[in-house]
Structure formats: C-alpha cells, structure tokens
Design a protein around this ligand. Sequence first.
Ligand SMILES: *Cc1c(COP(=O)(O)O)cnc(C)c1O
Length: 391
Amino acid sequence: MIRKTRLFTPGPTPLLPAAQFAMAAADMHHRTPEFRALYQKVLAQLKVFVGTQNDVLLLSCSGTGAMEASVSNLTSPGDRVLVLTAGKFGERWVALAKAFGCEVDVVEAPYGQTFDLAQVRKALKPEHRTVLMQGTETSTAVRHDVEAVAKLIKEVAPETLLVVDGITGLGTTHFDVDGWGIDILIGGSQKAVMIPPGLAYLSVSDKAWAAMEKSKNPRYYFDLRKERKNAAKGESAYTPAVALIAGLGAALDYIAGQAGGDLEKGRIALVNNAQVNAEATRAGLLALGFTLFAPSAPAAAATAVAVPEGMDSSEVVKALKTRFASVIANGQGEMKGKIFRVAHLGFFDYLDTVALLGAMEHIAKDTLKLPVQYGQAVAAAQQVYANAVKG
Ligand SMILES: *Cc1c(COP(=O)(O)O)cnc(C)c1O
C-alpha cells in the first residue's frame, strides 16, 4: 500500500500548502517597497494573532533566539529571576538566565504536572526582575496557568516582569496578553502558524521597553530596541528570512479565512480546533488502554501518553513511522522510551486525528499486543467531536 508522510510532532508541524507557495514565490530584496509592505502587513497581522496592543517583533531565528533576547534585553548580571519549570523547556530558561549571569530561583513541578501556585506565591519576591515560564511545556504536554501567575505578580511583585514562552501555547491556548499583563509573549514559526522553523515572534509591553533601558546584559543581533526602530519603518535590522515571512503572511491569511476573513476569530477557531482534537485524542488513547502522562493539566498543543509498564514508547514511534509513515515524538531526555507525544497545534484537523487513532489501534494491537477492538479509539474520538460540534 502507498503511504503518505504525516507529521504529528509538536514542531515542526505540517506545512500549509498556501504558505509553501508563498515561500517559493518570495524572490524579493528586503530593502524594497515590496518587502516593506509585506513586513508591515505581517507585523500588523501578528498583533492580532497574539491578541495585543503591544509591539510585536519578528526575529529570524528559532524560538530559543527570542527566549535569549528576552533574557539579554531585560536583565543585568546579578539580577534575581524566578523560573517556573516543569520540563525540558523550563530547564532551558534556567540555563539561559544563568548564562547571562542571573541568580536563578526555581519553582519546580515534577514532569507531567504543573506547579503549585501556593509555592509560586511563596517563592515570588518583589526583587525578582522577571518571572520566566512556559504557557505550555511541550516536553510533557502540560498547560500552565499563566493567568494565575500574572495575577500573583500584580499582587505580590508588581515591578516584576512576566515573560512567557508561548511557543506552543500560541494558537492552542487563549491568552489575554494586555488584560493579564504578559510583558513578553514568545511564539515560533514551526508551531501553530504552519510554516517551517526559522522565525520567532514576540510581543513586548511598555513596562518591558522601559525596563530594557536599565538592563546591562550584552546584546547585539538580538537588540530588541533596534528591531523596534527598524520595524517602525517596515524593515528589520538585518537580512530577515524573507521567504518565511511571506509564508507567515499566507498562513495568517488562511487562519483569518477560516473565520470569514476575521483574524481574531480565526485565532480563536484555531485554538478551539486544537482543544477539540486534543480532547478527542485523549479519549481515543484512553480507550485503547494508554495512560495520560499529564492528566491534571493537559495541553491542547500536544498529548503526552505513557505506555503500559514494561513497554517502550520508542516501539510505538518506530512502528507508526515504518507502517504508516507518520511521525510522532518520543519523550525528551529521561522521558525517552516512557512516553510518546502527538501534536494538535497548527494545520491539523479532525480527520487527521481520526486517521492517527485508527493507525494507533493497529499499533496497540500488533506491536504492544494490547486487547484492541478495531474502532475503539476512533469511536471515542467521534463522540468527543459530536459533542463539540453540537455546541
Ligand atoms: C519548540 C519550543 C521551543 C523552541 O525551540 P526552538 O528549537 O528554538 O525553536 C521553546 N519552547 C517550547 C515550549 C517549545 O515547544
């Protein structure tokens, strides 16, 4: 039988064909009126997609570049920062802040869980320059309560800045950036916006701009003030990833097109789409006898699933690839072999979910020798879908 390659990974995610065409056609110099028009259009669209009145900047780098820019632009050596970590990407904040000479306090949750807010309240001090956290921790597929943390900061440490890695949160979670007071919110191109890796985008609040004037860490390529000045003229400071920006414009057009041309409604529809697909996936995999790795705070960006005791999740990853040319993600680091992760962020629809669950029925039966009845996982997902569209 022929097989179609399908990505079910939480970044890179499947590419939108319209974005691929736009990228192929983007034969453009970046200091021209054509590019300026494109750049200004995309920056304006991004503000709506992020859902903020704050400046939104684009950087030609992967998501980690924008994480680094947040730390280098907002902190000085010796600053105390608070990192809320519950997985590999939280650990990245710790390493990054240390690399820039910050004194790092940590509130940690076990893999598969979100942190205890009482512990965050206890740890948070007015002298913390920033709080660094994820919206969704992709390595464990956990969703964190950004709104509650933002509220705590307003109460306990109103000078402290809130920096959120929303790289898989954007497009899968509703964020009220301005209402809650998120000072920097970061997204990445290879996640919900359906294009290849290579771009990061971030919203920056007035409070963060003011704080930047006083921070002393070195920055050059990632000097956000310089990017802001250039963005105001419709340019980037250095040669930008022109083709990716053209692709991003096409993808944001597509997202708007899903809601009659209204990008804000399109973004909400995209989030709801991820949430329904995530719920359907959880229901389907539970019906097959798997255990959710993050049952108490599951993200809509991806679902992490523990394989039954004594089994190896690498077998599931391998079998899906060889039999169905479908790529899911293994666990990262010490979670490798224990869990697998299925993404829902970006260009996935309900039929993708049904297809994956159908394939998982074969794998659960043949590879893991679980007592599977064909249709079990798919039926559970169909029930979720039916309930969701009924409203
Ligand atoms: C993908 C991802 C990143 C960014 O990683 P890059 O490889 O630099 O793009 C950061 N945080 C989270 C939560 C992610 O999912």
